[in-house]
Design a binder for this molecule. Structure first.
Ligand code: SAH
Ligand code: SF4
Length: 410
């Protein structure tokens, strides 16, 4: 029986070097492979013309370059593009390309579904299926970058609004945000492998400040990220006190605000440009009052940060409403008057449901979160009992399953 081929997208630079050494090839072959795959977007090993024929033959036998199959490719009127990607077993995830005047941002997913189950998030409502592999995560960038390089519309935008220092690379994607489906810090090892490739000059060569990890607040992993790969950090806050945050972001019950903010303080010296972003989803009548804005000021007044107010993007089962534009402005006004840096996120790709929190992909829910949470108009928790819910086959995952991981921390 032939053994399955390895996916070369799964390897960061060190892992590629180790793989090539295992095939008794010289170290520079690893660098060549990285360049063919990540810089030139070549998927066919036969096309890697400067590799020796014998090496190519070995690779053809043992390896492949495989990104996720595209199920759907949607274009929004504002240039936003969304891909629905097949991750097998009835699961799909989404990536979104957001062209802006001075940058091209790709929003990528880290998990099929999400176990954190935030009250206002469509991904959370779908429940959790599995972690994406490093190859499936970096494959989203690999695929989008090389596809868009041949897209006249994307190229036109880059040429019209060149990002300083970017115009000579021929690249279209200048920024990556881990704000798609899933909680990146609950798929830590695979996410860090993918982040390393994003930053590696032999691959995508993005600077740390152009790569953002967004987290709902997995405190121990924030500390590890500071050591392993300190990219820009965005923390999903959404509430100025524990009582409300416990309900909106259930992970807060494990890592309350004080612990989370302490971890943020510890991350700051490692963060690019020494500041963090806090995301705050504006929910009508839930977290958007003047009193809550003042509470938020008190909470964050000593932190070097920017607060990004995200107008809630509704989805049918949420039972929640977006705050009005006037309310968002009044809330932002209180933050600005107190000397904080605050912005309101522009909603993009509305017509193709590509905005924050609308990414739902298609997930076979192994946690039954959806079944439990759906139709609840009141803000209350849909508890996931890890003992009861976990499927046997998930134990075989290369990385720790997030629910297992949460269980250990109990
Ligand atoms: N799991 C990570 C990253 C993915 S979510 C995290 O929670 O940070 C990316 C951002 O979208 C988060 O700030 C999240 O709170 C926000 N978000 C989720 N659902 C939303 C919705 N329906 N409307 C607006 N923002 C939403
Ligand atoms: Fe998961 Fe983030 Fe959605 Fe919360 S907001 S359920 S952490 S993807």
């Amino acid at each position: 029986m032939t053994s399955p081929r390895v996916n070369l997208l799964d390897f960061d630079a060190d892992q590629m070097a180790a793989y090539v050494a295992g095939l008794n090839e010289k170290p520079f072959r690893a660098k060549q492979l990285m360049q063919w795959i990540h810089q030139r977007g070549v998927a066919d090993i036969n096309d890697m013309s400067d590799l020796a024929k014998s090496f190519r033959a070995t690779l053809l036998d043992k390896a492949e370059i495989l990104s996720l199959p595209v199920i759907k490719d949607e274009h929004a009127l504002d240039g936003t593009r969304k891909w629905l990607l097949d991750v097998g077993a009835g699961n799909a995830v989404e990536s979104v390309f957001i062209p802006e005047d001075d940058r091209g941002t790709l929003c990528i997913s880290s998990q099929a579904g999400c176990a954190v189950n935030c009250r206002f998030c469509s991904t959370g409502h779908q429940g959790f299926s599995r972690n994406l592999t490093a190859g499936e995560i970096i494959g989203q960038l690999w695929f989008a970058e090389h596809l868009l390089r041949n897209d006249p519309e994307a190229i036109r935008r880059v040429e019209k609004f060149p990002t300083p220092g970017w115009e000579h690379t021929g690249r279209v994607i200048s920024n990556v945000v881990m704000m798609g489906m899933g909680e990146p810090l609950l798929n830590y090892d695979n996410v860090v492998s993918a982040l390393r490739l994003m930053l590696d000059d032999r691959a995508y060569g993005l600077s740390r400040r152009r790569v953002t990890v967004s987290t709902s607040g997995v405190v121990p992993m924030i500390d590890r990220l500071a050591q392993d790969c300190p990219v820009a950090l965005a923390v999903s806050l959404h509430a100025p006190n524990d009582t409300l945050r416990d309900q909106l972001v259930p992970l807060n019950q494990k890592y309350p605000l004080r612990e989370l903010l302490d971890a943020c303080e510890r991350y700051l010296p490692f963060a690019p440009r020494d500041f963090l972003t806090f995301e705050y989803c504006m929910l009508d009548g839930v977290n958007d009052s003047d009193i809550q804005a003042k509470e938020l000021v008190r909470l964050l007044k000593n932190m070097k940060c920017k607060i990004n107010l995200i107008p809630f993007n509704p989805f049918p089962e949420s039972g929640l409403k977006r705050s009005s534009a006037q309310r968002i402005n009044a809330f932002a006004g209180i933050l600005l008057d107190a000397g904080m840096v605050a912005t309101v996120r522009k909603t993009r790709g509305d017509d193709i449901a590509a905005a924050c929190g609308q990414l739902a992909g298609d997930v076979v829910d192994r946690t039954r979160v959806r079944e439990r949470a759906v139709h609840k108009a009141e803000i209350e928790l849909a508890e996931v009992d890890p003992e009861e819910e976990i499927d046997e086959d998930l134990h075989a995952e290369p990385n720790e399953h997030p629910i297992e991981w949460l269980k250990k921390l109990k």
